[in-house]
Design a protein around this ligand. Structure first.
Ligand code: SF4
Length: 281
């Protein structure tokens, strides 16, 4: 997959933000330039990220989505969804159609099941309802959506609640990902990164709720040995088993106990940055 960071600004200040974008220079957004990058990419999946891409407005995203579709690339638009409701409806509808045409989806970082937690995580007041409105608009006009819940020390206990919240308030959502926080940027601290073992029972509970309610569930950045019967939901399995290229190889490594582990041929091990904080799993 190719990652295009089309803007370095964000309207949130998430506690786990690992992107050092504040120091990056915001060059003028040039859709043609990005379109050339999309067209020449060897990857089939193009991730449009930031910062917050919707700060550039829906028209820019529409151009990129159309370019991806034209070049037979699948597009993933990463967003916190809070600005979607400000996008003119005619543009939003076209954007959703173009993303669908590419076979792509919206990947929404929603890491809270209520307003209070959302404010703790995002550092911004009164933004939670805007996100829910944005997600509902996407659903209404037929978008494919993955909600990504970043597991950190503040919210790991709420992971099962998040599944219940999704079922109740966003019943059209059929795809969740639980992504263990990367110990990078602001999150290079035990204050943000919980121990795998501390968080694992809540992630397992969330996974079991997804299974019970037929929601597709994926889990990333926490090793298989921490996921009980749901080890098979770890997104690295296919990559490791198929010996695929990817960032996971650089970011993860094995520890001593991996040598005797039954999963070693399908697991990429713990993240190196996690080991920097905790030393072992
Ligand atoms: S290979 Fe290592 S990290 Fe992966 S499941 Fe086994 S012990 Fe855990």
């Amino acid at each position: 997959m190719a990652l295009l960071r089309i803007i370095h600004k964000c309207n949130q200040g998430c506690v786990f933000c690992s992107y050092p974008g504040k120091n990056a220079k915001n060059k003028k957004h040039d859709s043609n330039l990005y379109c050339r990058e999309i067209a020449s990419s060897k990857d089939n999946l193009i991730q449009i990220s930031g910062g917050e891409p919707f700060l550039l407005g829906g028209m820019h995203l529409l151009k990129l989505a159309l370019c991806a579709a034209k070049n037979n690339k699948k597009i993933e638009i990463q967003t916190n969804a809070s600005l979607i409701k400000n996008t003119p409806l005619n543009v939003l509808k076209k954007l959703i159609k173009a993303v669908n045409l590419s076979g792509g989806y919206f990947n929404i970082n929603l890491s809270a099941a209520d307003k209070a937690m959302d404010e703790k995580i995002s550092g911004i007041q009164n933004i939670f309802l805007n996100k829910i409105k944005g997600i509902k608009l996407l659903l209404k006009f037929g978008a494919d959506i993955r909600l990504t819940y970043v597991i950190c020390r503040l919210n790991y206990r709420q992971a099962p609640e998040f599944v219940k919240f999704t079922l109740k308030r966003l019943p059209g959502i059929k795809w969740l990902q639980f992504s263990f926080v990367k110990a990078m940027g602001k999150a290079l601290t035990k204050k943000i990164v919980p121990k795998y073992l501390t968080a694992s029972k809540y992630i397992i509970k969330a996974a079991s709720l997804c299974a019970k309610n037929k929601i597709k569930c994926e889990i990333d950045h926490i090793p298989l040995c921490m996921l009980g019967a749901y080890y098979y939901l770890n997104v690295d399995i296919g990559k490791v088993a198929g010996n695929k290229e990817g960032l996971y190889r650089k970011e993860k490594t094995y520890v001593k106990r991996c040598l005797k582990c039954k999963y070693v041929n399908i697991c990429s091990g713990p993240r190196k940055d996690y080991l920097k904080i905790y030393g072992d799993i």
